[in-house]
Design a protein around this ligand. Structure first.
Ligand code: ZN
Ligand code: ZN
Length: 272
């Protein structure tokens, strides 16, 4: 096998055993979902991204088409996680759902992709003014003598406002599970080290929330990275990974609760 001879049509070898889940307090056990049949769907998405250079999944243009181009993922902004979920709908049909992590080029909502865990209007109403205020303080800081009293005081004020905003933003997220329950991140999060910024913004929480709210039964989830490797080098182009330990696993135990995951960990027929 010639590892240095990858053609554009060949992406990574079979993913290692990837899984999505975490510990559930209510059941005092872990809930996990395997990739099921999603890996080929991820490969199709990779081919689409490679060929079309856009996250627009449709053959027609979308309004924000320039913002949907993938070029920035290979520049200073670096790459991003993408996720695919396969579900069974109540009528027995199979549904494929796509998600990108966080915002895409400043957009929370893009047609064809799972939405975030909050109402975007509420998010914007909450953040617009405060972000202006934070920028304004930033400009004042730039005009101060570094390490002067005013400089230190303004920096402290900015940090306080940012932290308060972060807590307010986290309170907008509503997590749904397969018992028909919902919870805030604070209620659902299992851990003692505080809730990291961006918790709930990864692909798996978006996908599971989408399914739980629509009575879809997830059969599998896979996530892969697309673009220039991240700063730590921990995420590389086309490489699959399991749900992250710091942000996702502490909430996915709650989010997967109530879903019967036996027999859909990619080993079809085990329960026959
Ligand atoms: Zn994550
Ligand atoms: Zn549970």
């Amino acid at each position: 096998m010639h590892m240095n001879n990858c053609s554009a049509q060949r992406f990574t070898a079979d993913p290692p055993q990837i899984r999505t889940g975490g510990y559930c307090r209510k059941c005092d056990q872990e809930h996990w979902l395997g990739p099921g049949n999603t890996v080929p769907h991820c490969r199709s998405l990779m081919h689409h991204l490679a060929r079309r250079q856009t996250i627009n999944l449709f053959s027609t243009g979308l309004e924000e088409s320039v913002a949907l181009e993938t070029a920035p993922l290979f520049g200073p902004a670096r790459g991003k996680m993408f996720g695919v979920m396969e579900c069974l709908a109540p009528d027995g049909t199979t549904v494929i759902v796509h998600a990108f992590s966080g915002q895409y080029n400043g957009l929370w909502l893009v047609d064809g992709w799972a939405p975030p865990l909050f109402e975007v209007d509420e998010f914007l109403a909450m953040t617009v003014d405060t972000e202006k205020q934070i920028k304004q303080i930033g400009r004042q800081i730039d005009q101060c003598q570094p390490h002067s009293f005013d400089w230190l005081a303004l920096r402290q004020e900015r940090r306080h406002i940012s932290r308060t905003l972060m807590g307010d933003i986290q309170s907008l997220y509503m997590l749904h599970n397969f018992r028909g329950e919902k919870a805030t991140i604070h209620e659902a999060f299992f851990g003692t080290n505080g809730i990291p910024t961006g918790t709930g913004d990864c692909c798996a929480p978006k996908l599971l929330n989408f399914a739980a709210q629509r009575k879809l039964h997830p059969l599998g989830i896979s996530e892969f990275f697309w673009g220039r490797e991240n700063k730590s080098g921990g995420q590389r182009h086309t490489v699959f990974s399991s749900s992250c330990a710091e942000k996702c696993q502490p909430i996915l135990g709650f989010m997967l609760c109530g879903l019967d995951t036996s027999g859909n960990n990619g080993k079809k027929g085990d329960n026959a």
